[in-house]
Design a protein around this ligand. Structure first.
Ligand code: ADP
Ligand code: ZN
Ligand code: ZN
Length: 715
């Protein structure tokens, strides 16, 4: 027998696996080993055990060490699939499923070995130490050692769990509504379901019941949430119901906590994993259920390499063990609406109606707030209530211009305007982090007439606090940066008797504040203006989600949406809380334009110092894709690294695959970028073709300094 090992290196040039002799320690698929590799020593993962190698036996060496923790074989397989699906490398994909670094923490414990005999004298201190055993040695270690020498005590290392802190919440036993009971029955059927439930319809209770039944059947559960800090209630409710069976996996845990939670799952001590997208790789054994909460949230897409989408990975993962997948949301993605079995919760649990949404046309208005909005906010402030105000733009003003010569302050590294942040007395680039002082005169003409345009969350906070005299809680990337800042801010807003929560899209996530009666979207066009086919979908979700935050606690709610495009489909339907209506129209548009779910997109971005080079690289990739798709067999023979997907698909008719672009993107961090998008009806073949074309271009001497990134299903 031999072990096939994939070395974990970041270079794209190494294509494993490589054959090794079996080491003395037992290995299996998923074992983590140290291997001699050329002149280096690398960490690798065993991806396969085979009976024989093509190499002569004398050329085979054995790994030098086998790690104590292994990746479940099912996750090795998942990673290998991901590498191909997302045009990445096996090493990078495997890195995502590795155990977190660390080892169990042990501490010394003292245990009484035998009671002290008649004639054995003990000091008061020794008696006190003995009386509290068994227990951690702590500061008494020296005393314990002396007692150990006399045979009275044993000292031994024990594992001590590092448990993450969660905010406790008492479990509430509720009887399911008939609609919830019907939904529960449906989502438990094997397969993939979309649980479309309006905000406050009790989706979480359905997840909890489904999880309960899964656990009762002896199987494991993964619950994905967009971001732990924004969904403390979901985590708390799973903890309240299932206690220590729940392991929490997310990036703000300490290294030790993350390791211990991983190990508890790996050993089956915990059977429910709750976490953000990376929790889809939790080592849950015999997975029976995956819940993807708020499935519309863009946070499920990973922006590193591989650019995986946790929603798709979840489906793939569930298939290994026949697990059921439940995608829950009030605002489904067109892809989910189109492709999944639909289960509906049409009413709020408390019987409350969804709040009426009033659209205000902002054309011709100059103040960022419509007079009706100002009046509504003043009324809430007057009666000591709470409101949420969404403005998806941080900072003080959007951009600065010179009134005399029209100069616009832009980033020296990126082709974007600098945004003013008044508290920091800086104008800043939101893309590269460049900062400079707020100008008092124009750099071009010397005029002191510097105009500030538009309003961001910082200015809105200032204005509202000033004009209404209420406490304003601002939630955006600037205030959310310190560890647990989001959690603290949300808890303060919840505890406050009154106030305004003002912020970017972070305020529209699944929060449940029962005393919020007013929701305001200040500039619904912000997302709508985005040059992206998902702009409508995003806007609908943002407005409908924000609308769902108001009027939850049995009080009447009201929502105001300010927009320059009151007739846009996303806004009209969101104002009616009409997701099915919006989705029907949106799917019609997508079909006509051949966008997902009616076609797949693969995006390639070429980044270089000079625009010419980036463009030439993109042209080379485009030409390469054409060649591979037109002659898959020939191309396959010519390239050793080509994924087998092309031959499996038999080579698609090229009419099904089109190349959009190449087209320039704005300069970012002093680098020029050109992108091309491949639109295809033959996904696997197109992904493989892009992979081959990019690999060839990357080998071309002219493009040695070009960075290529491939994004399958770009968001
Ligand atoms: P969603 O996730 O759909 O927005 P939640 O699951 O957060 O809705 O439910 C909203 C509120 O209703 C929560 O406070 C929850 O505890 C409560 N709730 C859910 N189901 C029931 C029920 N069957 N009876 C009473 N209260 C319920
Ligand atoms: Zn000027
Ligand atoms: Zn910049």
């Amino acid at each position: 027998m031999i072990a096939r090992v994939e070395p974990l290196t970041t270079t794209r040039r190494v294509h494993g696996p490589f054959d090794y002799k079996l080491p003395v320690a037992p290995v299996d698929v998923g074992s983590i080993v140290r291997i001699p590799f050329g002149r280096q020593r690398l960490t690798g993962v065993v991806t396969e055990l085979a009976t024989a190698s093509e190499l002569p036996p004398e050329r085979l060496v054995a790994p030098t060490a086998v790690g104590p923790d292994a990746v479940p074989p099912e996750l090795v397989d998942l990673a290998l699939w991901m590498a191909e699906e997302y045009c990445s490398t096996r090493a990078r994909a495997l890195a995502l499923v590795l155990p977190p670094p660390g080892r169990p923490r042990t501490e010394l414990w003292g245990l009484a070995d035998r009671p002290a005999g008649e004639g054995e004298r003990l000091t008061d201190g020794q008696a006190r130490v003995l009386a509290r055993l068994p227990g951690p040695a702590g500061a008494d270690l020296a005393a314990l050692r002396r007692l150990e020498a006399r045979g009275l005590v044993r000292i031994e290392p024990r594992v001590r769990r590092r448990a993450p802190l969660t905010h406790a919440e008492p479990d509430r036993a509720v009887a399911l509504t008939p609609e919830q009971a019907a939904a529960l029955a449906k989502v438990q059927a094997p397969g993939e379901h979309l649980l479309h439930g309006v905000t406050g319809s009790g989706k979480t209770e359905v997840y909890l019941r489904a999880a309960e039944r899964t656990l009762a059947a002896g199987r494991g559960v993964i619950v994905l949430v967009p971001e732990i800090a924004l969904t403390p209630q979901t985590v708390a409710r799973f903890r309240a119901r299932f206690g220590d069976t729940v392991a929490l996996l997310h990036s703000s845990l300490s290294e030790g906590e993350r390791y211990d939670e991983w190990l508890r799952l790996r050993r089956g001590e915990a059977r429910v994993a709750v976490g953000p997208r990376s929790a889809v790789f939790a080592p849950v054994a015999d997975l029976g259920l995956v819940v993807v909460d708020e499935e519309h949230d863009p946070a499920y897409k990973h922006e590193g390499d591989p650019r995986y989408d946790a929603r798709l990975v979840a489906r793939r993962r569930a298939a290994y063990t026949g697990a059921t997948v439940v995608f829950g949301t009030a605002t489904p993605r067109p892809e989910s609406w189109h492709g999944l079995d639909r289960v509906t919760l049409s009413a709020r649990v408390d019987g409350a109606r969804l709040p009426p949404v009033e659209v205000r046309d902002m054309r011709g208005h100059h103040h960022p707030l419509h007079p009706d909005t100002q009046a509504a906010l003043a009324a809430v402030a007057g009666e000591g209530g709470k409101a949420i105000v969404l403005l998806n733009r941080r900072g003080w003003s959007n951009f600065l211009t010179c009134r005399s010569c029209g100069h616009v302050w832009t980033c020296p590294n990126c082709d974007v305007a600098l945004v003013m942040h008044r508290a920091e007395r800086a104008i800043a680039c939101h893309h590269c982090g460049h900062r400079e002082g707020v100008p008092s005169r124009c750099a071009a003409c010397g005029s002191t007439a510097v105009a500030r345009h538009g309003a961001g969350t910082e200015r809105l906070e200032d204005e509202l606090a000033g004009s209404l005299g209420v406490e304003v809680f601002r939630l955006d990337a600037d205030t959310a940066a310190p560890k647990d800042a989001i959690g603290r801010l949300l808890r303060r807003f919840r505890a406050a008797p009154s106030g305004l929560l003002v912020g970017t899209q972070l305020v529209a996530k699944g929060h449940d504040f029962p005393d919020v009666t007013l929701g305001v979207v200040v500039d619904a066009d912000q997302t709508l203006r985005f040059p992206d086919f998902r702009a409508e979908e995003r806007t609908f979700a943002l407005v409908a989600q924000l609308a769902g935050r108001a009027g939850r606690g049995g009080r009447a709610g009201r929502v105001i949406v300010q927009t320059l495009s009151p007739d846009a489909s996303a806004i009209v339907h969101a104002a009616r809380h009409d997701a099915p209506g919006f989705l029907a129209e949106e799917l019609g548009r997508r079909e006509a334009l051949r966008y997902p779910p009616y076609a797949d997109l693969v995006r390639v971005v070429c980044v270089a110092d000079a625009a010419r080079t980036a463009r030439a690289a993109a042209d080379a990739v485009a030409a390469g894709v054409e060649v591979v798709l037109r002659a898959p067999e020939a191309a396959r023979a010519a390239s050793s690294g080509l994924a087998p997907a092309v031959s499996a698909a038999g080579g698609p008719p090229s009419s099904l695959t089109e190349i959009l672009g190449p087209a320039p993107l704005f300069r970012l961090r002093n680098r020029e970028r050109v992108q091309l998008v491949v639109r295809t009806g033959a996904r696997a073949a197109a992904v493989a073709a892009v992979g081959t074309a990019v690999e060839r271009a990357a080998r071309d001497k002219r493009f040695h300094r070009v960075a290529f990134s491939v994004d399958v299903d770009p968001q």
